[in-house]
Design a protein around this ligand. Structure first.
Ligand code: PGA
Length: 256
């Protein structure tokens, strides 16, 4: 059995949430009691329109606020884009990069994702780099090969690329209610940890974590978060309601 650090539980609100939704974040902050603080670290990534307000509200609450994407440049003539420096300036501490929805709807390549992860690190943000196979990759028996290629292309490969988080999100599990078997989750997470050790150096870093994402909900969180090599979860749909997000956080195992 490997050690279990404090779980990292991250909510990805995607393109959901108006100012009134800040009440959910306030409720999460209120429910983040001493026991939860011992067992897990919480980050909420609302749409970028809410990052500043959410971060301002979260001051003193110990929950952190992140964003869902960033541009690779710090500033310049890129109409409509938001840089990592701007997110940091708004109080974000984290940014998700390379989510499968951005890879498919915005044609982001592994190279783009790596540039965004580097931009995040440059701005002092922790990147959460998403990888995951499609249904046909899995059915064709290519899951590990696909993950290996995505990691090699998307993870900045140097020892100073930390803190770094990788989220393993099988594309077919996102928003579908389907999840891989526990054995499959463990196999892929073990593989990702090994690849990160090879890419970043095998010194143990408490800041290097691998999260599972894809249809995590209160009813399956306890079993998934208890799995070996799983350091936390990235949650979409179930992160929109404070009650569900807190229920998932409460399912995190005690660190050991
Ligand atoms: P889901 O989304 O929890 O709604 O499946 C996960 C994600 O896309 O990060």
């Amino acid at each position: 059995m490997t050690a279990k650090p404090r779980s990292l539980i991250v909510g990805n609100w995607k393109m959901n949430g108006l100012r009134r939704s800040l009440a959910e974040i306030a409720q999460i902050a209120q429910g983040y009691d001493a026991k939860l603080r011992r067992d897990c670290e919480l980050i909420v990534c609302p749409p970028v329109t809410l990052v500043y307000l959410a971060a301002k509200d979260a001051v003193g609450s110990r929950i952190a606020i992140g964003a869902q994407d960033c541009h690779i440049e710090a500033s310049g003539a890129f109409t409509g884009e938001i840089s990592a420096e701007m997110l940091a300036d708004c109080g974000a501490t984290t940014v998700i990069v390379g989510h499968s929805e951005r890879r498919s709807y915005n044609a982001e390549t592994d190279g783009d994702v790596k540039s965004k992860a580097l931009a995040a690190l440059r701005a002092g943000l922790m990147p959460i780099i998403c990888v995951g196979e499609t249904n046909s990759d899995r059915e064709g028996g290519h899951t590990i090969a696909v993950i290996k290629r995505q990691l090699a292309g998307s993870v900045p490969g140097s020892a100073d690329s930390e803190p770094i988080v990788v989220a393993y999100e099988p594309v077919w599990a996102i928003g579908t209610g389907l999840t891989p078997t526990h054995a499959d989750i463990v196999e892929v997470h073990r593989f990702i940890h090994r690849e990160l050790n090879a890419l970043l150096g095998s010194h143990a870093s408490p800041l290097r974590r691998v999260l599972y994402g894809g249809s995590v909900k209160p009813s399956n969180a306890k079993d998934i978060l208890a799995l070996e090599y799983v350091d936390g979860a990235l949650i979409g749909g179930a992160s929109l309601k404070a009650e569900d997000f807190l229920a998932i956080a409460r399912a995190a195992p005690a660190p050991r």
